[in-house]
Write a protein that binds this ligand. Structure first.
Ligand SMILES: O=C(O)CCC(=O)C(=O)O
Ligand SMILES: [Fe+2]
Length: 248
């Protein structure tokens, strides 16, 4: 995959700006990344109410990034995403690593305004389902049934909730409309339902194959129980960078 056109091959769902790339990295790369995440000093972890995270690349302010040099294992993955997607005007300079235990998730939210509006999320460990919900300021699907075509945005896009099943080693990319018109989140339930996942058909076999290893799949109900921890690398570009480098 070497160009934005190549990326179109991975488009999923009804929005033109959501891409799911299965097996973006190898098993060996996944192991290497997990090793490095675990090796990070305890002080690198920040505990939140419902998950832990590591912040790499510097401190993100409303007015830009107070940069901090990235370790090579993150520079390499950023470079791969930057080169293979062709979606960024400059190299990716910030990575947030989230850790989710089997019953942890992330509240529906929109990423901050300091970031360039393209997000790349690399998944490691347990599969999960990410839910996208239109902002309340946008009309919902149900509203649209009773109202007229003004409910569509300037691209003629309707705003329906949707989900994506994120398998380990996959890369999810979303931008523009999906970035600013929707909230994204993961339920904090160990039971994850993928009935409505836009990539259900492509990914289901992969999920069934990984059964016993990382999940317990409930075939009849398009759902699975998480039994493992998941890590994600949220790789983004903060276009505005302050001159002074923070010490690592
Ligand atoms: O873990 C994920 O897949 C989502 C992380 C996320 O949305 C964020 O870091 O802003
Ligand atoms: Fe996010």
């Amino acid at each position: 995959m070497e160009s934005a056109e190549g990326l179109n091959h991975f488009k999923v769902g009804h929005l033109p700006t959501v891409f799911y790339i299965p097996n973006f990295i190898s098993h060996d790369d996944e192991t290497m990344l997990l090793d490095n995440i675990y090796k990070a000093p305890a002080s690198k972890w920040k505990s939140l109410k419902n998950r832990r995270l590591q912040n790499w690349g510097g401190i993100v302010h409303e007015k830009g990034l107070l940069p901090q040099e990235l370790p090579i294992w993150l520079t390499n993955i950023n470079k791969k995403i930057y080169q293979e997607t062709n979606l960024y005007p400059a190299p990716i300079n910030h990575v947030l690593i989230n850790e989710y235990l089997h019953n942890q998730g992330i509240m529906p939210h929109q990423d901050g305004p300091a970031y360039f509006p393209v997000v790349a999320i690399l998944s490691l460990g347990s599969p999960v389902v990410m839910d996208f919900t239109p902002h309340s300021r946008l009309k919902s699907c149900a509203d649209q049934l009773t109202e007229n075509s003004d409910d569509k945005d300037s691209n003629g896009t309707t705003h329906c909730p949707f989900s994506i099943l994120l398998m380990p080693r996959s890369l999810l990319i979303f931008k523009d409309e999906a970035y600013s018109g929707y909230l994204h989140g993961i339920s904090d339930n160990s039971l994850q339902c993928y009935e409505q996942a836009v990539n259900k058909n492509e990914v289901q076999n992969c999920l069934l194959e990984s059964e016993n290893a990382t999940v317990e799949v409930n075939r009849d109900h398009s759902s699975f129980e998480r039994t493992n921890t998941r890590f994600s690398l949220t790789c983004r570009l903060v276009p505005k960078v302050h001159k002074h480098l923070l010490r690592r």
